[in-house]
Design a protein around this ligand. Sequence first.
Ligand code: SF4
Ligand code: SF4
Length: 146
Amino acid sequence: MQLALTEYFSVILRFCRMARPLRKAAPSRRQGGVGSFSKERAVAYVVCEPCRDCKYTDCVTVCPCECFYQDGRMLYIDPEPCIDCEACVPECPVEAIHHDTRVPAAWQNYVALNAQRSAALKAEGGPITERQEPLLGPGCTGRLRG
Ligand code: SF4
Ligand code: SF4
């Protein structure tokens, strides 16, 4: 089972890497360009408020498309490579990750924030793909793992 999952993610990661040049060459799918999917609008998963000051980073190890970027406070998902596989959602111990069509009202600003911050952080460096020690700063209001 473990092997099958590893092979599954390996295939998806290879697909993401092969598709990356095409995505870069095409207009943003969020702008409805030539490279846009046939879906009416692109969707992606979004990191919301509970990640702030916690940064457990369990999510990054399962993402097949290297979507996660971080700054000193939290992580963000780049909506462009995100294939909506949902693998990251159950990994987050503070339930910070939501589909962008189901983000709680109080955290709606995180949809744009994820796109903006991931784009800015991409210019500064690569994605985070390996788990690191949690930040667990004073603003971390999420429940701790048992
Ligand atoms: S697992 Fe959750 S809290 Fe941890 S970095 Fe990912 S989104 Fe943030
Ligand atoms: S849903 Fe999560 S794990 Fe899947 S590609 Fe998007 S960010 Fe990565």
